[in-house]
Design a binder for this molecule. Sequence first.
Ligand code: URA
Length: 244
Amino acid sequence: MIPVAFPDYADLMPTAEERREALKRIYLEEARDCVRCPLHQTRTNVVFGAGDADADLMFVGEAPGRTEDELGLPFVGQAGKLLDKLLGEIGLERGDVFIANTLKCRPPGNRDPQPSEIEACRDFLERQVELIQPKVIATLGNFSTKLLRGDPTGITRLHGQAEERTIGARTVRLYPLYHPAAALYTPSMVEVLRADFARLPALLTEPAPVQPEALEVPEPEPEPEAEAEAEVDAGDPVEQMGLF
Ligand code: URA
C-alpha cells in the first residue's frame, strides 16, 4: 500500500493573533472612516466593537447611543451598566466577551436603524463574526435578532431560545435576549433577561457547532517602510482605546 500524506489542517487555520490583526485592519482601514451610509455625517465616532477578539461569547446590540458615540465604545451608557451587572452575575466581565452593534454609527436622536443603514453595515458585522469565531452570539433586542436570523419574528417570541444559525462563513448558537435598554425601566423584563442570562454559562460549555468551511484570512497589503514607521510613532489606536 502506498502511504498517503494528509495535510495537517490545523496548520492552515488562522491563529487567534492573525484573526485579531485582521479585525484591527478592518477597523483601521475601513470602518474608522466609513462613509457607506449617511450616518457618517452626524456621528462623532465609529463604534466598531470592543472586548476579546477571540471570545466564545459575542453580544450584538442595536446601535450606539449618545455616550457610545462620544467615547467610541459600545454599551458604556445606562444600558451598558445593566449589561455589565448581568455579566457579573454569571461570573463574566466585558473583557471576556466581544460586544458589537448592528449599526456602528449613532442614528441621530437615537431613532431606529433604517433598512438601508443595516444593509450598508452588515458586512462589518459578518466579518467580525467570521474573525472572532464565537460559539454563542447573544443578540440584544429586535434589530440584531431579525438581522442575524434573517427573519422578522420578534424578540418577545424568541428570547431565551438558542438555535444554530450560519452568519457569513460561521455557524454559531444564536441566543436572542431582550435589549437591556428596554429592560431598564421594566423590572419584570429585567428578571426575564436575568433568567435568560443565567442559561449562558451552560450554553458556552456545549461543543462548538460544526462549521461549514475553513476561513481564509486575507494577507495584509505590504506597507511602504516610511508609512509603517509613521504608524508606530502615532501609536496603535486599537490598543490605546482598549478596543480588543
Ligand atoms: N444600545 C445599543 O444597542 N448599543 C449600544 O452600544 C448602546 C446602547
